[in-house]
Every structure is written in structure tokens, then in C-alpha cells.
Write a protein that binds this ligand. Structure first.
Ligand SMILES: [Zn+2]
Length: 235
């Protein structure tokens, strides 16, 4: 399985008051990998990064495909736009897990634009990507390479949000669809997990708590284990 910690290096991702997305998501991604190595030793874990380094948005699915991964899990953290009122920031929190989708509305579009926008930090992005992450039109021009894997992606995403809600003590905002570049070209079931909102002061604090990071990682681990058992029982 491929574990993709979002952002890294000169791309910090979104920022809380004192937290960079790239740091918390790497911590959770490494904890997730350790759970899998420990409890599912037959599963080979490949990381897109294990240190604070920059990996292009195109490079991530490439690592997944080159290693013939059978599941791709991308770990990210959420935030509301900067101009959101402190009052609203204090009431919006929780997890959401994304699968690839062509339709973007409201906050799903905001998430797509934010998570795709790293492309603009890359050199030669116009040459590399036939895609402008700031335009809603290009966000919906994604073809559905992922559609062949959609049922499995949704199954895994549902199990992750279920674990967050029932076992990890998180508030689940559910499974959503969005046109996220990093999910677009992976040839395997793929999900992007937003583990919480760094724009919410309480959740920012929680996401820095090692025991809560462990709960989140073990929630994703249990969801993956259950998903794997279910898929294997069908074969
Ligand atoms: Zn992100």
C-alpha cells in the first residue's frame, strides 16, 4: 500500500496558528505505516515521502503506480479560507475523506483548489500540467481514470470515516467527492483523508497531541485492515 503524506519541503500546506500541515500529516502517515508493518507484516508499505521534502503532485501517483500499489492513502489537514471569521473557524471542525469525483460544489471545490494549488509552486507547471488549479473549469475537466476503482475507494473511505466516528473520537463530516489531482491518475483504489481543521483552535491543538495522532492513524489502519479482509473474502 502507498502512504502519501501531503505537501513537504517548501510547500507547508495549510497553516494553523502554530502548525504546518506538512508536519502533522507526516507524523500521522508514519504512525499509520508503523501500525501496518506491525500488524499486517505481509503488506508492503511504500511512502511517497518519509522526511520533510517536496514531492511534486505528479510524482506522488507516479510512485504509487511504479510500485504497483493496490491502495493509495493520502493524508492531509483541512482549513477554512483565511478570511473566514474566527467565530466560524471555531465551529467548523472534523474529518472528511475524499474520493475522486468530477463534480465540485461549495467547500469540496475549495478543498480541491487548495490541495491542487501546489502545482503553482512547481517550476514549468504550465508545461507539466495541462491544468490551472485556480479555475473551476479545469477542476471539472478531469477524466475519470479513477472511475474503475470508485466502488472500492468509496468502501475504504466509508470505513475510515466510520472508524474516526466510532473508535477514534473524531467528528466525522463524511465521505465526499472532489477533483483532487493526486487521486486522479492513480491506478488503484485511492482516498484522501483530511484529518481535521488547522483553522479550528481546539482541533489544531488536538492534531498536535501524540495520543490523538495515534488514534487517527490506528483508525485509518483498522479501516484498511477491514477493507482488505472484505476485498479478499470476495475474491
Ligand atoms: Zn493538503
Amino acid at each position: 500500500m502507498i502512504i502519501d503524506a501531503g505537501h513537504g519541503g517548501f510547500d507547508p500546506g495549510t497553516m494553523g496558528k502554530y502548525t504546518k500541515e506538512k508536519d502533522v500529516v507526516l507524523t500521522v502517515a508514519l504512525k499509520l505505516g508503523r501500525y501496518i508493518n506491525q500488524y499486517l507484516p505481509d503488506v508492503k508499505v511504500i511512502y511517497t515521502r518519509t522526511t520533510d521534502e517536496f514531492v511534486t503532485l505528479k510524482g506522488r501517483p507516479k510512485i504509487a503506480n511504479d510500485n504497483e500499489g493496490d491502495v493509495f492513502i493520502s493524508v492531509h489537514a483541512n482549513s477554512l479560507p483565511e478570511d473566514t471569521s474566527e467565530k466560524r473557524k471555531s465551529v467548523i471542525y472534523g474529518t472528511e475523506t475524499y474520493v475522486m469525483g468530477a463534480q465540485n460544489t461549495g467547500r469540496n471545490l475549495e478543498v480541491a483548489k487548495r490541495e491542487n494549488s501546489v502545482i503553482l509552486l512547481e517550476e514549468d507547471y504550465e508545461k507539466e500540467y495541462d491544468f490551472d488549479p485556480n479555475s473551476p473549469e479545469s477542476a471539472i475537466l478531469f477524466s475519470l481514470t479513477q472511475s474503475a476503482f470508485q466502488d472500492k475507494s468509496i468502501l475504504l473511505a466509508t470505513k475510515i470515516e466510520d472508524q474516526f466516528k466510532r473508535r477514534a473520537g473524531r467528528k466525522s463530516l463524511g465521505v465526499k467527492q472532489s477533483s483532487l489531482y493526486v487521486l486522479w491518475s492513480t491506478a488503484m483504489p485511492s482516498v484522501l483523508v483530511e484529518i481535521g481543521f488547522l483553522s479550528n483552535p481546539k482541533e489544531e491543538k488536538e492534531l498536535n497531541d501524540p495520543s490523538i495522532q495515534g488514534n487517527i492513524a490506528s483508525g485509518i489502519f483498522r479501516a484498511f485492515r477491514d477493507y482488505k479482509n472484505e476485498i479478499e473474502s470476495l475474491n
